[in-house]
Design a protein around this ligand. Structure first.
Ligand code: AMP
Length: 218
């Protein structure tokens, strides 16, 4: 069983890489952002509670995400290992994760930092969109569908954009990252689990670097 965590600011490519690794290594991607967005779409009680907070680019309460992650990890499909994407986001969540992992007799094999150039983050985020059917990610400038308006993977013609992927909210999300989440790099460095890869390289190269880290954990 391999349990990984991806760390990096919004736009670093955590979601893209988590999907790549999940497919190739048979791990389950656990994205708190995706789970919260699903709750918002479903209009559940949690969804109604977090909708505004997410739209503002702030963090939702720790207790909400800790419970979601802890429960999700118990599902049978997570037995073979998970990739944490977007959790933890602060030191309180990191301490809670330590406890949850201990209780579930799991360990974190590696925390992978995706190192990126801050100047490029905003343009990487503003402009991204996904296929509404299969979830394939695109970008207005960097990765357009081969046929305009048609998904390369599933040929759907419906796409969605995240409401928090606008310039104002992205600035807020970056500030929250540097204030709340960046200290986790020091936390995991001191635990000896932090590995850094160049997140500015092309997607396939970043994936190869992550593979190397994975190879070293086995
Ligand atoms: P993401 O998809 O990871 O960029 O997350 C989108 C939004 O969901 C964030 O801006 C937060 O509002 C919320 N969110 C996701 N994960 C967490 C978390 N671990 N703790 C608190 N809020 C979160």
């Amino acid at each position: 069983m391999t349990n990984l965590m991806l760390l990096g600011p919004p736009g670093a490519g955590k979601g893209t890489q988590a999907k790549e690794i999940a497919t190739r290594h048979g791990l389950i991607q656990l994205s708190t952002g995706d789970m919260l967005r699903a709750a918002v779409s479903a209009g559940s009680e949690i969804g109604r509670h977090v909708k505004e907070i997410m739209a503002k680019g702030e963090l939702v309460p720790d207790a909400v995400v800790i419970e979601i992650i802890s429960e999700r990890m118990d599902a049978p499909d997570c037995k073979g290992g998970v990739i944490l994407d977007g959790f933890p986001r602060n030191l309180v969540q990191a301490a809670a994760l330590d406890k949850v992992l201990e209780e579930k007799k799991r360990k974190l094999d590696a925390v992978i930092e995706l190192k990126v150039d801050d100047n490029q983050l905003i343009q990487r985020i503003v402009g991204r969109f996904t296929c509404a059917k299969c979830g394939e990610g695109y970008h207005d400038r960097f990765k357009r569908p081969k046929v305009r308006g048609v998904c390369d993977i599933c040929q759907s013609i419906e796409f969605t954009r995240r409401p928090d992927d606008n310039a104002d909210t992205v600035n807020k999300r970056l500030m929250v990252y540097y204030r709340e989440t960046a200290p986790l790099l020091g936390y995991y460095f001191c635990k000896g689990t932090l590995r850094s890869v160049d997140g500015m390289a092309p997607i396939a190269e970043v994936a190869k670097e992550i593979d190397k880290v994975l190879g070293g954990t086995k």
